[in-house]
Design a protein around this ligand. Structure first.
Ligand code: GLY
Length: 349
């Protein structure tokens, strides 16, 4: 995979101009969803470097991360006479950068693309690391490819208008990055007022967080080994997210935060994760994210959902656990009893 530049920008117009000039291109298309077309496109549309760029808009939210939207993007590129040398710029949250990345990776066997993430979740996670794709037949990210954006440009100014729920959703991935890094980073995250954030401080923390992800994906771009560290909280998290879909859908990061409770508990009982660090992190999560109510009648469904997670091999649930903060243990498993005990811990918290 070609390397990916991640740039934290104070001057989006200048940074974007430089990033565009590094990609040989004949035309530029910009992809936004209905939300970012209203609140983010106007910020960039007047930039000289985007003069003449054509705009493609798709529906917002994960429900539109599908073949219909993808086909719309391909059609707009094709009807707009895009060539192999055309550049696509994706501006939006993870849904836009994932789908746009996949559209670019497949159109005429692949054209260059640039990501401009506008949510905290997409800045610290989705837009970085080359995972592209769409949902298919009710399964999240079922179809896709690994292919890096030429550049990812982060401008934290976009966070000024982000609501608290979406801020918290992205922050869960930052907590995960702290847990897989070191005590200092985790302590700083647990002490930060994420609901009334100091944006200058947040900007520095976003840079630190994205550096963690970038270091890992550079080492293991296609998730054969250490990239699985980024799955911490996600095995249980995806099960919570899928269960919530049947009741009241939740933002991805909320499910990851609840998944972290379960997986830190498993880490504490199985791999020696310190109880004080677990309790501190769990307290932070409960205080800010609350909890999705589950009963013991939900345990078999949650276990079933975890068993069918695409990260598993031969139906054995695959966890990433921690020995301590920063001590990453991939390819761990747990018995049904241990997992049920972790659900009990979650419910009692
Ligand atoms: N979101 C986890 C990863 O990019 O591997």
């Amino acid at each position: 995979m070609s390397p990916q530049k991640v740039i934290i920008s104070d001057q989006l117009d200048k940074t974007l101009e430089d990033a565009i000039s590094e990609c040989e291109h004949d035309m530029i298309f910009m992809l936004a969803d209905e939300t970012t077309a209203k609140c983010c496109l106007p910020v960039v549309e007047s930039y000289g470097c985007l003069k003449g760029a054509r705009i493609i808009v798709i529906g917002s939210t994960d429900t539109h991360k599908d073949l219909t939207s993808l086909s719309h993007v391909w059609q707009e590129l094709s009807e707009g006479k895009a060539t192999r040398h055309t550049l696509l710029i994706n501006i939006g949250g993870g849904m836009v950068t994932d789908l746009g990345g996949f559209a670019a990776s497949t159109f005429k066997r692949g054209i260059n693309y640039i990501n401009i993430p506008t949510t905290l979740l997409s800045m610290v996670d989705a837009s970085v690391g080359g995972k592209t794709g769409i949902n298919f037949m009710g399964l999240k990210n079922e179809i896709g490819v690994f292919n890096n954006a030429s550049s990812v440009i982060l401008d934290t100014e976009f966070l000024k208008t982000l609501d608290v729920e979406n801020m918290l959703s992205g922050y869960a991935e930052m907590l995960k990055h702290g847990l897989i890094s070191n005590d200092k980073m985790l302590s700083e995250l647990l002490a930060f007022d994420v609901e009334k954030p100091d944006l200058a401080e947040l900007k520095r923390m976003v840079a630190d967080s994205v550096a963690v992800k970038q270091r890992i994906v550079t080492e293991d771009p296609t998730e054969k080994g250490i990239r699985k560290a980024l799955n911490l909280g996600h095995t249980a998290g995806h099960a919570f997210e899928s269960l919530a879909l049947k009741r009241k859908p939740v933002l991805h990061g909320y499910a990851v935060a609840w998944g972290l409770i379960v997986e830190l508990y498993l880490s504490a009982i199985k791999t020696g994760f310190p109880a004080d660090k677990m309790r501190q992190t769990v307290r932070f999560i409960l205080d800010h994210y609350g909890k999705m109510d589950i009963t013991c009648d939900d345990y078999p469904t949650l276990l079933e959902l975890m068993t069918h997670d695409k990260k598993n091999v031969a139906g054995v649930i695959n966890f990433t656990l921690l020995g301590k903060v920063g001590d990453i243990l991939i390819n761990q498993t747990a018995t049904k009893d241990e997992i049920y005990e972790a659900f009990d811990f979650y419910r009692e918290g």
